[in-house]
Design a protein around this ligand. Structure first.
Ligand code: AKG
Ligand code: FE2
Length: 334
């Protein structure tokens, strides 16, 4: 007999007791244990109690829609091929990324923004490192400034999540509470503004985003209210669990780099976004890849070492087709 469906639901975790200095030790410990369990078992959870105002989140969807409402030529002004060297910024049209042979490329179109790195920086133009591209047709205060404010909020939130995850590692590993801090030194933090247009007809080979795992450490996703489509794979029951849209909550999931770093303790779960026949869907994903030069030695003491940047770049090359060649090109002389 199968286990009832509800046992497979993605957990919801309120982090407010962790943020409130007057909380009891027990209340803080409960947040740590719940998050650790969720990331170990599912690799996915919905996060509430983050203290980011609701209006601020609404505004970021306005920004998302502002970009994708632009005519094609205005979006193409900032297409990814115009990014500096291998920095991989700007607009990625629909139909570029293919996660597995035999599938059609993803429906999604994306606008990518990362850490702002000036052209004078010696690392500018290296993988995932460079200046952002901004469409000249959108006003700076209403677009760029809001996006960078959102990025600032996401950086704060991911720091809190890493603090909690560090406390939730197995005790016998004796990791210090700041074990993940080196990830946040000049981090690679690509943010994807996503839009999924409606499709004309269902095709089993077509997805918004096909079955994949995220490449980095921690992903923070904001889903548009009243949409659906995101599903996480739960291997013990060989089933796909819908990830519900909870208004003002973030979906948090672990990526492959975190799974490697923690010797598999925090699980990088497969997930996908189904297509929709008649509805648009917008979402915003923030990925903490980490410091690209960091040699992350697995915390379980197994001795496995992964260079963050090499791992992320190789995963992109596997899936990005010809566009992935941008990750091989040299910085053009200015
Ligand atoms: O848009 C979503 O809901 C998920 C997107 C996603 O999985 C990704 O960009 O890696
Ligand atoms: Fe993903």
């Amino acid at each position: 007999m199968g286990i009832p469906e509800k046992l497979y639901a993605i957990p919801k975790i309120d982090i407010e007791p962790f943020l409130d200095p007057s909380s009891s030790d027990d209340a803080r410990r409960a947040v740590v244990e719940n998050m650790s369990d969720a990331c170990h078992t599912y690799g996915f959870f919905n996060l509430t109690g983050h203290r980011i105002p609701s209006d601020f989140l609404k505004e970021v969807f306005d920004v998302n829609k502002m970009f994708f409402a632009l005519p094609e030529d205005k979006k193409m002004e900032v297409w990814i091929k115009n990014s500096v060297g291998r920095s991989f910024r700007g607009y990625e049209p629909s139909g570029i990324q293919t996660h597995h042979k035999g599938l059609l490329p993803d429906i999604k179109e994306t606008f990518m923004v990362g850490r702002e790195v000036p052209e004078t920086d010696p690392d500018c133009g290296s993988f995932s490192t460079g200046p952002n591209l901004w469409p000249s047709s959108l006003p700076k205060e209403k677009f760029q400034n809001r996006i960078m404010a959102y990025q600032g909020r996401m950086l704060n939130l991911v720091k809190t999540i890493l603090d909690i995850l560090a406390l939730g590692l197995p005790k016998e590993w004796k990791c210090p509470p700041n074990v993940f801090d080196s990830l946040l030194d000049k981090p690679s933090i690509p943010m994807r503004f996503l839009h999924y247009g409606p499709v004309q007809a269902r095709d089993d080979r077509q997805f918004g985003v096909a079955d994949h795992t995220d490449f980095g450490c921690v992903s923070i996703l904001l889903q548009e209210p009243e949409t659906s489509g995101l599903e996480a794979y739960y291997a013990p029951a060989d089933t796909w669990i819908p990830v519900p849209v909870i208004e003002d909550a973030f979906v948090i999931n672990m990526g492959d780099m975190m799974q490697k770093y923690t010797g598999g303790y925090y699980h990088s779960a497969r997930h996908r976004v189904q297509t929709n026949l008649n509805k648009h869907r917008h979402s915003i994903a923030f990925f903490l890849n980490g410091n690209l030069k960091l040699r992350a030695s697995a915390l379980d003491g197994s001795g496995v070492e992964t260079v963050v940047g090499e791992h992320i770049r190789n995963r992109l090359l596997d899936t990005m087709g010809d566009t992935g060649n941008l990750l091989r090109r040299e910085v053009e002389a200015v």
